[in-house]
Design a protein around this ligand. Structure first.
Ligand code: 2E7
Ligand code: F3S
Length: 313
């Protein structure tokens, strides 16, 4: 059995930055660090931080006044920021800079009263944060998830309309939704393509390539991780048996029957240690030394806020 490792895989620059923000905050402040939502959607990372004393909360009301709060990489609404300020919390913002960019777009549209359409998954933390940048009561922001939603959507003024997207969507699916939007609202403005980030794009391109040379793909990532789910969906759509696994413990031996070539990738929030554990397990079953599939080299880095470190991550 051959093991082929997807490239790129695993941590993106936004996740590296978010993890470093919390780790540095723990060292610098030597106080309880509260994190609003899961810092990133990965059970292993969450458990590691819990062990270090981090407290995860869903609401600002759960945090005592004057404490330190880290906003998760997925970003928060304006209301949440205001609530945190009101409570005199020290805010360490781990919102990914690529999400921040989308926030700025929505905020600009809101100020101008331009109706905005957001393509994304209802209930996801990033979507809640991005929708929450639109606070103009006269204008409106509409969430759509599918082409069917485009058909059912009606806006007040289709001459002044903008769209944005979640950063971790399926490239193919989003392309089709945007085409439908542009057909229905020819005057709509938005990003040149979409707001899907470089890491999501690169991992999807790689998994597509991986699916052509493997019998089965294991995607390391947690169940609530949007970008990891999109990788698993894509592998399956490409016709390769693909499973999303939280860790090596999720692997079922029956999946490996008659398999010659097994592909492994990891979502943007999944640490490499989990991939290593999967490789070790497969090698114990007799698999060959893993082969790294060639792919795009990612050079993007994001700085952590100055008060936490000058280091790049
Ligand atoms: C923030 C953003 O934590 P994740 O699994 O998040 P998703 O959005 O994929 O559920 O991955 C890293 C990440 C991706 N996007 C963090 Cl906005
Ligand atoms: Fe940011 Fe994309 Fe990662 S939005 S957190 S670089 S998956």
């Amino acid at each position: 059995m051959n093991i082929i490792l997807s490239n790129p895989r695993g941590f993106c620059a936004g996740v590296k930055r978010a993890v470093l923000i919390v780790e540095n905050a723990l060292k610098i402040y030597k106080k309880t660090i509260y994190v609003k939502h899961e810092l990133v959607h990965n059970q292993y990372i969450t458990n590691q931080l819990l062990k270090k004393g981090v407290i995860f909360v869903e609401k600002i009301s759960q945090i005592p006044a004057n404490s330190i709060v880290v906003f998760s990489a997925h970003g928060v609404s304006k209301k949440v920021t205001e609530e945190a300020i009101k409570k005199k919390l020290t805010i360490l913002n781990a919102t990914c800079p690529l999400v921040k960019k989308v926030h700025i777009e929505v905020s600009k549209s809101s100020k101008k009263g331009i109706e905005t359409i957001i393509i994304g998954h209802k209930g996801h933390a990033e979507i809640q944060g991005t929708i929450g940048q639109y606070d103009n009561k006269k204008g409106k922001i509409y969430l759509i998830e599918s082409i069917k939603d485009v058909k059912n959507l009606s806006v007040k003024n289709d001459k002044k309309l903008n769209f944005v997207t979640q950063t971790t969507l399926s490239i193919n699916n989003t392309k089709n939704i945007i085409s439908a939007l542009k057909n229905k609202f020819p005057k709509i403005s938005g990003p040149a393509k979409e707001d899907i980030c470089y890491a999501t794009t690169n991992r999807q391109i790689a998994v597509q390539k991986l699916s052509k040379i493997t019998d089965i793909i294991l995607v390391v990532g947690s169940k609530n991780s949007s970008n990891s789910n999109r990788l698993a969906e894509l592998g399956q759509e490409m016709g390769t048996f693909t499973k999303l696994i939280n860790s090596v413990a999720d692997i079922k031996i029956k999946w490996l029957k008659n398999v010659n070539s097994i592909g492994i990738t990891a979502g943007a929030s999944a640490p490499e240690i989990l991939v290593t554990e999967v490789i070790e397990y497969l090698q114990n079953l007799g698999a060959n030394k893993p082969i790294e599939m060639l792919g795009v080299q990612e050079k993007i880095t994001f700085k952590v806020p100055k008060n936490l470190s000058n280091k790049k991550c």
